[in-house]
Every structure is written in structure tokens, then in C-alpha cells.
Design a binder for this molecule. Structure first.
Ligand SMILES: CC/C=C\C=C\CC(=O)SCCNC(=O)CCNC(=O)[C@H](O)C(C)(C)COP(=O)(O)OP(=O)(O)OC[C@H]1O[C@@H](n2cnc3c(N)ncnc32)[C@H](O)[C@@H]1OP(=O)(O)O
Length: 721
């Protein structure tokens, strides 16, 4: 785990723990012994700590934090490094993150390659740098930089680190060679002034002002998160207490955070996000054994909001797009919109003007599908209508070269049905983007019965190329995202019918951690959009819709949203929806007494007695209904693993990262309790099929002990596969 070698007068300690050189127990032990050995070795005059392979050290091994003795030993190791009689130089390339940066700050000198990335990302997993990082960094950089870097967790480059005194020197080439050259300058120099524990925070006098400023910013930016606040407090301590007192307090705060539900959720989310792209098909094909095809050119069909957004994602990643739209006016408008979006990216420093110009050159408008004959991949993004999509796929099959992959940006429709309109069902796949496609990170890729592993590998790879978090799911009505979100939204509306107001439900869910309640989301996305979808579905099913009903096809429904539509309240776009919006601040939702009156009248007309709905009920009905549906999705193998569902909720519906997602939430509440509550709701609301308890959940809940999440799918009965 740590390779020890001697090169002339230098001991080289090479951290060797691929893939990221995390500071696992054995690495800490190896470094400790290495420092000891080097100090005892008479040939050695200085010690270099370096990383083998691609990186220096990416910090503590996050998996070890679940072990009770987590993190222990890093401070002891650090003190051993700092107390070394022979100078210790950290030679940094790749990443020096978290505990890795702390090792560097225990060292007497730091040299780095110019491409190195430095930072304290602990806050992103709900922690603080617990091996004196919050006490040492301000001694090097001053308080303002340390507060910002530690509370944001951002990674910064070697140049910035050098500017703030973290690095003594940066080099172009091999950092180990640089460290060797550097050692010649410092061997024999006194070490005490290089020991940070012997120094002071230079701008300590300003600490209270800086703390208050940073705290106000943090509270605005990271609403509800504890770790950024404790990070700031610990940095403040570095200026107000002695080194040892501040370090002891840091250790206490670290322990508090380590066992906090937020950190446990964030650590889960870290690994869930990394597990999602590791797809697997029932045939055994998986990410590791399937090669994607190289997509050099693409076509997007439909220049509406989704099509334009998808085109932005592709050209921004350097992939040429032919955008097909038969309505010339719409096409012209879309090209203007795309250009405007990219200008916005330049203003936000997300791309340069040159990159914007280059991206726009990759976009070509066209009016017929014939133009797509030679492209490698087509993404269809017309409105949600099965017959229309089947017709387009039928035509594409005849027009496009035989190797072209045909993707549909459907959010609900069966991929098998679309694929059956072609002679190449193996090359048909769903690519469900989320609006606005150029912002939302989720890409829900959907395979059909005949989709080939190569097609799956290709859309997963393309998603990664355009910066998306990809999750693979099996086809079914509404897939995983919309299917599991539907009961959540339905219960929110039912509760408004039963006694709550939209703002009551939104407030409870926002306090839970959702950035926006479902009624605000509905106003943002447009009440007319949902209305149109309901009309389409009714048409397809041959149903006549009426406002005066509570049931449709044996299912409970509510027509409240349709009533809003009838009132011309389409949401933000009309200045009125579930809320009202002032022209002076058109994004700020204001509760509207007219909506309350409409709801009360609706209830009176329908004979619904309104009651007080407690906050706990709002959370349980919204979340537990989504959880129940999620277990069904797992049981039917629509999603491969619970983490996939959680990643979908985080990146598709902005579920708070520290909450993990509905499946993780269920695991924290306890499956027995969740199941019992679902059974109660099922009895209370017999006309909502989303309350029929999932078999898988029943099985897991009936077990005498809680079954860990990674074992849940083992309880799916083989007959369901
Ligand atoms: C008393 C207390 C003392 C000390 C406290 C110390 C606190 C810490 O140090 S906490 C850890 C701080 N470091 C981090 O948070 C870094 C997290 N990692 C990353 O940001 C990235 O992984 C990366 C290092 C920038 C590399 O990114 P990339 O090249 O895109 O690879 P990934 O796919 O993200 O990761 C590859 C592989 O490594 C696993 N991994 C990464 N970091 C860690 C880690 N710190 N501990 C354990 N495992 C780690 C990651 O999960 C991937 O593995 P999979 O098997 O694919 O999941």
C-alpha cells in the first residue's frame, strides 16, 4: 500500500492504493512506518511522499467511515510526519483532496505539478476536514480563503493553491523529479517554522466579521445543511483558540457530523451516483463487457423545448447535430433559442465565446428526415404521441443507414411498441431527458426487449460524454422516473382536495428538503402541459373527460388541476396557476385566495368534507406512495438496483442529496414501519392502486431483521423475473 525506496539521500514513500490512492488503514500504517524507517535510516536526509499511478491522494477511504473506528490514526500519522526530524516534502500530482491535502499540510513542504487539483471536499459528504485541516489551512492561506474552500468543498487548481501559499512551487513535468531538485534547497534548513502547528493565523483579528459574512452566504446557498456551518465554526476556532484546543474541538465536530443522518445520506449518495452507470442487462451483458459504437454525428427531430435542449447538450459536447423541424418558423426560433442559451453559458463562465462559436457551427437546421440518412444516431423529440412516434421511426428505418441508432425522448411510451415500427428493434432505445434538457443532469435510458447491449452501451457512453448522470431502466409505462413520481404528485393533489392548500403541502415538502414543492413545480412546468397529456391519454382510451368526478376507471382522481386550466391559470407563463405572480417579480409564488375559494367550492360541489392535514401525513403520503411504487419497479426488474431509483430522484426531481432518495429514505425509516403505514393507507384509500402493497416490500418487511439495501433484490421471487 506504501512503497518505500531510497534514492541517494531521499526516502520516497509512494502511496499505492488504486484507483484513487485513498488513505485506507493500510496506507496510513505504511506511511507511519515509512516515516519512522526513513528517520532511522542514516543515508536519508529528506523524505518525499508521493502517489503511485495517476494521483497523489484523494483523501480518507469513505467506505471506512461506516466502521466505528473511522478516521482514527490519520492525526497520529500527521503528527508523526510533522514531528519528523528530517524534512518531509509532499510531491503532488493528480489530486490532493481531503485527508490527502491534510497529509500535505502535515508535511513541511509541498510541490505540485501544474495540473494538480487541490481541495477539501469533505463538506460534500457532510463532514469537515477532521485531521486538523480546518486549523492548518487558515494558518497558510488566511481565513477568507480557508472559509470559502472548506465550506464549499470546491476543488481548485495548482496555480490558485500556489497563490495562496499552499504550494511552495509548481512544475510542468514529473513532480517527483521536481521534489528531488527542491530537496537540495531545503536540506539542512531549520524545520520549526515549517511546522504549521507552531504558527498562527495571521488575520485572526478579523475573524468575527469574516465568520458572519461567510455564515450569511452559506445559509443562503446551502439551506438546511449542517456541515458547511460546522466547517466555518471550526475555521473560526482556529483563530480564537490555541492550536490544540481548536484541534480537539475539530475532532468533536467531526465526530458529530460523522454520525449525522445528513452525512450518512451524502456518503450513500456518493457511491449511489457512481454505481448507476454500471449497467447490467438480464442477458448478462454489462458496462464492463460491452463496447459502445463511436457516435460522430447526430440528428434531433423536433425543435420544441426538448429538442432544442437536447441539441444544446450535444453541440456543447462537440457533437454535430442536424436539427429537423418541418415548421420553418419553429426551426428559426429554436436556432435563436439555442444561440441564446449558449450566450448565457458564456455569461456564466461555463464556456468561452470561442467555444460558443464552435458549438454553433456544429448545428445545422433541416426540414426533412431525409437529411438524417448518414448520421450515427437520431434522437426523436416530438410530442408524446405513440402513432406519431411510430410513423417517424418507420420512416427513419427506411432513410437512415443500417447502423444508425434510433432513440426516442419519450417520457412514458413503450419502447417495444416504437421499436416494432422498424426492422431494427435492436438499435431502438429510449433516451429520456428532463426539462430543461441543457440543465437537468439526469438521462434515463430505456431498453426494450430487443435493444442490443451495444445500443445500450452507446447511449450510456453518449450520456456520459454530454455530462449526464445516466441510469438504465427497462421499458414499461412511464419508466422509473415518471412512474414513481406519479403517486407523489397524486397524493399531494388529493391532500389539497381533503383539506390542505397548495402552499401548505409545498411548505412541508420544502422543509423536508425538496427545493420546490409539487405545486410550484407544476406552475413552472405549466398546468396546460399536464392538461394536454391527460387529454391525449383520454383520447387514446376513448374516455370522455368531465370535471365533476372523483373516479376514472376505478381509480381515484382529482380534477382540481383541470379546473385551474379551465380558469386560464396555466402557471407562471400566465401569471396565475396554483399561485399568483406579480409582473414585478414573476418568479415569486404568492398564495392566492382565489385558488383557495376554487378548491373550497370544488369540495363543496363534490361533497368532500375538508379536514386539517398534519405535516407528517403530507410527508408519509407523498413519500411512502412513491416508495411503494419504487419497490414494484424493483420487483419487476424495471430498475436493476435501489440506488438507480434514488439517483433518478436526485437528478430528475432534485430530491435532497443528503436524503439519499426514496429507497434510502425507506431504509432509514425501516421497512417494517413503511410497510405498515402503506397497509393503513391502502385501507384508508382503497381506490388508489398505488397503495396496494408491493410484494417485495411485504417480503422484506416480514423479515425479523432489517435487510440491507444491497440485498433487497435477492428477495425478488424468481417467478417475477
Ligand atoms: C479524524 C478524521 C480524519 C480524516 C478525515 C478525512 C476526511 C476525508 O478525507 S473524506 C474524503 C475526501 N475525499 C473525497 O471526498 C474525494 C472523493 N472522490 C472524488 O471526488 C473522486 O472520486 C475523485 C478522487 C476526484 C476521482 O474522480 P474520478 O476519476 O471521476 O473517479 P470516480 O469514479 O469518482 O472514483 C473511482 C473509484 O474510486 C472510488 N473512490 C473515490 N474516492 C474515494 C474515497 N475517498 N474513498 C473510497 N473510495 C473512493 C469511487 O467510489 C470509485 O469506485 P467505484 O467502485 O467505481 O465506486
Amino acid at each position: 500500500m506504501v512503497d518505500y525506496s531510497v534514492d541517494r539521500n531521499l526516502a520516497i514513500l509512494g502511496i499505492n492504493n488504486p484507483p484513487v490512492n485513498a488513505l485506507s488503514f493500510h496506507v496510513r500504517e505504511g506511511l507511519f512506518n515509512g516515516i519512522k524507517q526513513a528517520n532511522a535510516d542514516r543515508r536519508v536526509e529528506a523524505i518525499v511522499i508521493t502517489g503511485k499511478g495517476k494521483t497523489y491522494c484523494s483523501g480518507a477511504d469513505i467506505r471506512e467511515f461506516s466502521i466505528p473506528s473511522a478516521g482514527k490514526g490519520l492525526v497520529t500519522l500527521g503528527h508523526r510526519i510533522e514531528d519528523s526530524d528530517k524534512p518531509v516534502i509532499s510531491a503532488i500530482h493528480g489530486n490532493a483532496l481531503g485527508g490527502g491535502l491534510e497529509i500535505a499540510l502535515f508535511s513541511h513542504y509541498r510541490v505540485a505539478n501544474k495540473n494538480a487539483k487541490i481541495g477539501f471536499p469533505e463538506v460534500l459528504i457532510g463532514l469537515l476536514p477532521g485531521a486538523e485541516g480546518t486549523i492548518r489551512l487558515p494558518r497558510v492561506t488566511g481565513l477568507a480563503f480557508a472559509m470559502d474552500a472548506i465550506a464549499s468543498g470546491r476543488r481548485f487548481d495548482a496555480q490558485e493553491a500556489h497563490k495562496h501559499g499552499i504550494l511552495d512551487t509548481i512544475c510542468d513535468g514529473d513532480v517527483l523529479q521536481e521534489a528531488k531538485a527542491f530537496s537540495k534547497k531545503i536540506i539542512g534548513q531549520p524545520l520549526d517554522q515549517r511546522r504549521l502547528s507552531k504558527t498562527h493565523v495571521k488575520d485572526a483579528a478579523d475573524v468575527d466579521i469574516k465568520f458572519e459574512e461567510a455564515l450569511a452566504q452559506i445559509k443562503r446557498k446551502y439551506r438546511g445543511l449542517i456541515a458547511p456551518i460546522l466547517c466555518l465554526k471550526s475555521v473560526r476556532n482556529s483563530a480564537k483558540m490555541s492550536f490544540d484546543e481548536a484541534a480537539a474541538e475539530e475532532m468533536r465536530l467531526f465526530g458529530e457530523l460523522l454520525t449525522s443522518s445528513q452525512s450518512i445520506g451524502l456518503r450513500y449518495s456518493f457511491f449511489a451516483e457512481r454505481s448507476a452507470p454500471k449497467w447490467k442487462l438480464p442477458c448478462g451483458a454489462c458496462a464492463d463487457n460491452t463496447t459502445p459504437v463511436d457516435v460522430k454525428t447526430t440528428g434531433v427531430i423536433g425543435a420544441g423545448t426538448m429538442g432544442s435542449g437536447i441539441a444544446v447538450c450535444l453541440i456543447r459536447a462537440g457533437i454535430p447535430v442536424i436539427l429537423v423541424e418541418k415548421n420553418q418558423k419553429m426551426l428559426d426560433q429554436a436556432i435563436k433559442t439555442i444561440s441564446r442559451i449558449l450566450t448565457g453559458s458564456v455569461k456564466l463562465n461555463r464556456m468561452t465565446e470561442k467555444q460558443r462559436e464552435h458549438s454553433l457551427k456544429l448545428l445545422k437546421g433541416a426540414s426533412t428526415l431525409d437529411e438524417l440518412a448518414g448520421v450515427d444516431m437520431v434522437i426523436e423529440a416530438v410530442y408524446e404521441n405513440l402513432e406519431l412516434k411510430r410513423e417517424i421511426f418507420h420512416q427513419l428505418d427506411k432513410i437512415c443507414k443500417s447502423s444508425t441508432l434510433l432513440c426516442s425522448n419519450t417520457s412514458t411510451l413503450d419502447i417495444d411498441n416504437i421499436a416494432s415500427a422498424t426492422q431494427r428493434p435492436d438499435k431502438v432505445v429510449g433516451t429520456h431527458f428532463f426539462a430543461p434538457a441543457y440543465i437537468m443532469r439526469l438521462l434515463e435510458n430505456v431498453y426494450g426487449t430487443k435493444t442490443s447491449p451495444t445500443t445500450v452501451a452507446t447511449v450510456m457512453e453518449l450520456g456520459k460524454r454530454i455530462g449526464k448522470i445516466c441510469v438504465l431502466v427497462k421499458t414499461c409505462y412511464a419508466f422509473v422516473a415518471n412512474r414513481t413520481n406519479q403517486p407523489f404528485g397524486a397524493e399531494a393533489s388529493f391532500m389539497v382536495e381533503e383539506g390542505a392548500l397548495p402552499q401548505d403541502v409545498d411548505t412541508v415538502l420544502e422543509n423536508f428538503g425538496m427545493p420546490m414543492g409539487p405545486f410550484k413545480v407544476s406552475d413552472l412546468s405549466g398546468i396546460d402541459v399536464g392538461w394536454r397529456i391527460r387529454q391525449e391519454v383520454a383520447k387514446a382510451l376513448g374516455l370522455k373527460l368531465t370535471l365533476e368526478t372523483r373516479y376514472r376507471m376505478g381509480e381515484r382522481i382529482t380534477t382540481l388541476a383541470d379546473r385551474l386550466y379551465e380558469m386560464g391559470r396555466y402557471g407562471i407563463k400566465t401569471g396565475k396557476g396554483w399561485y399568483r405572480y406579480e409582473p414585478t417579480n414573476p418568479r415569486k409564488p404568492i398564495p392566492d385566495p382565489d385558488v383557495a375559494k376554487m378548491i373550497q367550492k370544488h369540495c363543496m360541489d363534490m361533497g368532500i368534507e375538508r379536514r386539517n392535514i398534519p405535516a407528517q401525513e403530507v410527508i408519509e403520503r407523498c413519500l411512502f406512495s412513491a416508495i411503494n411504487e419504487s419497490f414494484r419497479v424493483l420487483e419487476q426488474r424495471i430498475a436493476e438496483k435501489p440506488e438507480d431509483i434514488d439517483v433518478i430522484w436526485q437528478y430528475g426531481f432534485s430530491f435532497p442529496r443528503y436524503g439519499g432518495g426514496p429507497m434510502f429514505y425507506a431504509s432509514q425509516v425501516g421497512l417494517k414501519k413503511v410497510f405498515e403505514k402503506i397497509c393503513i393507507f391502502h385501507e384508508q384509500f382503497p381506490y388508489s392502486s398505488h397503495w396496494v402493497p408491493s410484494d417485495l416490500l411485504r417480503k422484506l418487511a416480514s423479515h425479523s431483521t432489517e435487510i440491507p439495501m444491497d440485498k433487497w433484490t435477492q428477495f425478488i421471487s424468481s417467478s417475477k423475473l
